[in-house]
Design a protein around this ligand. Sequence first.
Ligand SMILES: NC(=O)c1ccc[n+]([C@@H]2O[C@H](COP(=O)([O-])OP(=O)(O)OC[C@H]3O[C@@H](n4cnc5c(N)ncnc54)[C@H](OP(=O)(O)O)[C@@H]3O)[C@@H](O)[C@H]2O)c1
Length: 252
Amino acid sequence: MSEGPSNALRVAVIGASGGIGAALVGALAKRDDVATIHATHHRSPAAGSKASVGAYAEHCELHHHALDATDAVAVEGFMAAVGEIDWLINCVGMLHDGEHGPEKSIGQFESEHFLRSMEINCLPTLLLGKHAARALGKSERGVFATVSARVGSITDNGLGGWYSYRASKAALNMSLKCLAIEWGRTRKRLRVAALHPGTTDTSLSAPFQANVPAGKLFSPSQTAGYLLARIDALHDGPSGRFLAWDGEEIPW
Ligand SMILES: NC(=O)c1ccc[n+]([C@@H]2O[C@H](COP(=O)([O-])OP(=O)(O)OC[C@H]3O[C@@H](n4cnc5c(N)ncnc54)[C@H](OP(=O)(O)O)[C@@H]3O)[C@@H](O)[C@H]2O)c1
């Protein structure tokens, strides 16, 4: 294995078995400035084998970890195992499962789906935040980013509905805002961000793609390119922003 550049990035991608997470691993693995990728999977098999990622930068090491990102003990163990990193990108999320989808009206609301949405869409970021501070602490270009969703913006909500998903993403956004404020005092080189990927062709969006305007349904690799462009530029601006795939700043 050849040695990468001395300033090479060490990146953890949480939820790398999903559509967007796997594409991020694929894009990161091809970059000359990425030395190490820690990719997590939960129920799905690990994504990002040499075969599925395709071309690889020679020096890039890919480590797979099984992780339930809602399990506090497991998250603590994972963060201890990865050691120092520069970027943490959390792609874990849920919009629907076998039994429930997003609510069109409050009459469809069910406690179990709401609590599961909060558990998957918000809790991992808080657990990761608790245990990632030390791992990211020494990096000069540290990034703590979670893939959120525009529908989690309270200001931007013009349509209503989707109670559980919207509420859990709004809670996620508040968590990220709090982390940005806290770390703004103590870890000034760290950038915290919520990222909206745009509608992306994954299993999460599959049932809801019918009305997506032409050209607005992105392939996962297209979205990965957009999100990495946003992450690459995070140190050009302040911490604590909610950014869309195209760089638009979304109101919280
Ligand atoms: N696709 C879109 O159009 C779109 C639009 C806006 C926002 N987003 C957001 O983008 C993010 C990624 O979505 P996606 O489209 O890539 O969805 P996806 O293909 O369904 O991927 C979801 C990921 O979440 C992981 N996950 C679920 N529960 C977990 C748990 N308890 N512990 C660890 N990992 C868990 C899954 O892992 P396993 O499969 O291994 O269980 C999978 O890797 C989500 O936060 C989603 O809300 C997506």
